[in-house]
Design a protein around this ligand. Structure first.
Ligand SMILES: Nc1nc2c(c(=O)[nH]1)N[C@H]1C(S)=C(S)[C@@H](COP(=O)(O)OP(=O)(O)OC[C@H]3O[C@@H](n4cnc5c(N)ncnc54)[C@H](O)[C@@H]3O)O[C@H]1N2
Ligand code: MOO
Length: 390
């Protein structure tokens, strides 16, 4: 059995970042930018008013002074003349500041009568002008790679960039295996259960930037599994769930080998998730996850999600541990790195009562995994441990 770290390295070595594609800005949220984006113009492209008021020379912005209103500058409709001393231009927020003006007095600070204004005694300070390029200049650049957030899309739009180059989304086929499984909503026989973990794994892959498809459940027959695993190779990444262990009906490794799987490794010194199979069908990365719901979801967090993140060009690939203080004692750990289901709150972490890898209800009630290194000694309440947020 290899360590979790070795297994992560080997999994990540199975794939390279995807090719890039150019997509419209309104589809780019959550994608990873593949090429730098350069502003096509400054923002604002002209000195603009920050307030509704009157543009004038700052030497005229004096309490009691009376000025003549000689024009209007509105957003999208500037005033094209040149303003002189003793004159002002009615101006609105976002409108270009006329040539000759270097301050805007807000309308609350003047009294207007016909075409004249008088500056009130409550005159505020500041020019109320946003200089051209105060947000960014033409040529301002955002580097790649970058995980795009909603605000980035607004920034690129302001830069007059309508489309961006991003890494393509890998397609991922998810194949649950086992005669005991039916899909939710179907009618199980008395010895069948519902295929559940595929839904979590699809969602995790999609959160990481992949495009996942849940395939029809494969039977526990060699012919059925062979045909399903052959179909799986049409995806950029192939995932099976179940059938990874050592029983007579655990056929994934055997059929994989027959279909030409180049194995990277089988079995990791961790729990849950020991019997994971990793390799490649040609250039298609393959991960055969164990069937137990918690095992498969923990493996997806540690191995599948990082692989997808690498393929979509992300740099923050591996989950980052935090630390917390134990709320109670924990017994010594055995020969496999243990990811214990637990809950942390306000710096304190509590392990779930039952750590069986079939218990989805326990995983769903947990908000972290407590990391117990191989051979970790007994831990006392108050000691610091590492956790992975879920
Ligand atoms: N003699 C040994 N037996 C087992 C070992 C071992 O080392 N020696 N390892 C155990 C460990 S650890 C795990 S984890 C499981 C993994 O087994 P498989 O990957 O072969 O998975 P299955 O046997 O097909 O299923 C295990 C369990 O999970 C349920 N399952 C499977 N798929 C789904 C699904 N899509 N949704 C919900 N539940 C699923 C399945 O019904 C079984 O109950 O092996 C141990 N055995
Ligand atoms: O690895 Mo198994 O996942 O311990 O139940």
């Amino acid at each position: 059995m290899i360590s979790v770290t070795e297994a992560q390295d080997l999994c990540l070595a199975l794939a390279a970042p995807m090719a890039t594609e150019t997509i419209p800005l309104d589809e780019a949220n959550g994608r990873v930018l593949a090429a730098a984006v350069n502003a096509q113009r400054a923002q604002p492209p002209f000195a603009s008013s920050a307030m509704d008021g009157y543009a004038m020379q700052s030497s005229d912005a004096v309490i009691g002074r009376t000025l003549t209103v000689i024009g209007e500058s509105a957003a999208g409709h500037g005033w094209n003349g040149k303003l002189a001393s003793g004159e002002c231009v009615r101006i609105f927020t976002g409108a270009p500041v006329p040539v000759g003006a270097d301050t805007v007095v807000i309308q609350e600070d003047v009294t207007r009568q016909g075409d004249t204004i008088t500056i009130n005694p409550n005159l505020g300070t500041g020019t109320n002008i946003r200089p051209a390029g105060v947000d960014f200049d033409a040529g301002f650049s955002i580097d790649a790679p970058r995980l795009l957030r909603p605000v980035d899309l607004a920034l690129f739009a302001a830069m007059n960039v309508p489309q961006v180059s991003v890494f393509s989304k890998p397609t991922v086929g998810i194949l649950a295996t086992g005669d005991e499984l039916v899909m939710p909503g179907e009618a199980p026989t008395s010895d069948q259960i519902i295929s559940s973990n595929v839904f979590a794994i699809k969602a995790m892959i999609e959160d990481a930037g992949g495009l996942a498809t849940i395939l029809p459940i494969a039977p526990d027959t060699e012919d059925g599994l062979r045909s399903a695993m052959r179909d799986l190779q049409q995806f950029d990444v192939a995932i099976t769930i179940g059938g990874a262990s050592v029983g007579e009906y655990d056929l994934v490794g055997k059929i994989g080998d027959e279909l030409g799987l180049t194995r990277s490794f089988y079995k990791i010194a961790m729990r849950p998730g020991k019997p994971l199979i990793a390799g490649q069908f040609g250039s298609c990365p393959f991960l055969g996850l164990p069937g137990n719901p918690v095992s498969s979801i923990v493996c997806a967090k540690l191995f599948v999600v990082p692989l997808i993140k690498k393929m979509v060009g992300r740099k923050d690939i591996l989950p980052t541990p935090m630390t917390a203080q134990l709320a109670h004692d924990l017994p010594a750990n055995g020969p496999r790195l243990h990811y214990m289901r637990g809950n942390y709150d306000n710096g304190l972490v509590t392990a779930a009562q039952s750590q069986d890898s079939s218990l989805l209800s326990v995983l769903a009630a947990s908000n972290c995994l407590i990391i117990r290194p191989i051979g970790d000694a007994e831990r006392k309440s108050g000691e610091t441990v590492e956790i992975l947020p879920l």
